[in-house]
Design a protein around this ligand. Structure first.
Ligand code: 5RP
Length: 229
């Protein structure tokens, strides 16, 4: 679920700084959400000034924003991303909970394909330990089975309801989303392995040991943190 907090200025600063790190000729993965959108707009401004890039979108939203910004689009069949720029809902160390926009399946695919994964957030996303509900994309027929298996892992799953539509959120891939509360997550890798092993789970929103650099937007600037190699 989307987390409240963070200002447009903090998000814009983080997005602009990450977009400024994109080298000429690069293939860029484009994440989803309001902070990734700031990066896409800033990248569009650089393209208008002559930067040559090609981009792989992760959602309907990022594809549309990239088109509006005249950023040329390709698929993973055409090119391998040199880097991906993406947002997150909560960050502890360099581990993430993602999926507030229900785009985490394609985001994880593109991030994994990319040589470098840059994560853009406002400072309210930082936490000492991951603790928000983990979004889990699920095949529609599998919801009852996955619910029960998540319960056995200690989770409390809730089917994500749509706003301005009756019924559940349907992802860009035609699946449903369970937001599963586990309380504090002291060992994200173990939980990620447990969720991934459940049949019917398409992808979960725990992104463990994937981040190469964090761009944290604050009121006064951007705190850039490189992950240890
Ligand atoms: C979409 C995501 C987003 O990156 C995440 O929800 C952060 O969005 P925002 O920058 O709007 O807070 O994971 O699935």
């Amino acid at each position: 679920m989307k987390q409240p907090g963070g200002t447009d200025g903090q998000k814009r600063r983080a997005g602009e700084r990450a977009a400024a790190a994109v080298p000429d000729g690069a293939v860029v993965g484009l994440g989803t959400g309001s902070t990734a959108a700031a990066a896409i707009r800033a990248l569009g401004d650089r393209v208008a000034s002559g930067l040559a890039v090609r981009a792989v979108p992760t959602s309907y939203q990022s594809r549309r924003l990239a088109r509006e910004a005249s950023i040329p689009l390709v698929t993973l069949e055409d090119a391998t991303p040199d880097l991906a720029i993406d947002g997150a809902d909560q960050v502890a160390g360099f581990d993430l909970v993602k999926g507030g926009g229900a785009a985490h399946a394609r985001e994880k695919l593109v991030a994994t394909a990319a040589d470098r994964y840059l994560v853009v957030i406002d400072e309210t996303k930082l936490a000492g330990v991951l603790s928000i509900a983990v979004p889990i994309e699920v095949l529609p027929d599998a919801v009852p089975v996955v619910r029960s298996r998540l319960g056995a892992l200690g989770g409390e799953p809730t089917l994500r309801a749509a706003e301005r539509k009756d019924g559940p959120v349907v992802t860009d891939n035609g699946n449903l989303v369970l937001d599963c509360a586990f309380g504090e997550i002291p060992d994200p890798e173990a939980l990620a392995d447990g969720i991934a092993a459940i049949p019917g789970v398409v992808e979960h929103g725990l992104f463990v040991s994937m981040t190469d650099a964090l761009y944290v937007g604050t009121d006064s600037g951007v705190d850039v943190r490189d992950a240890p190699k």
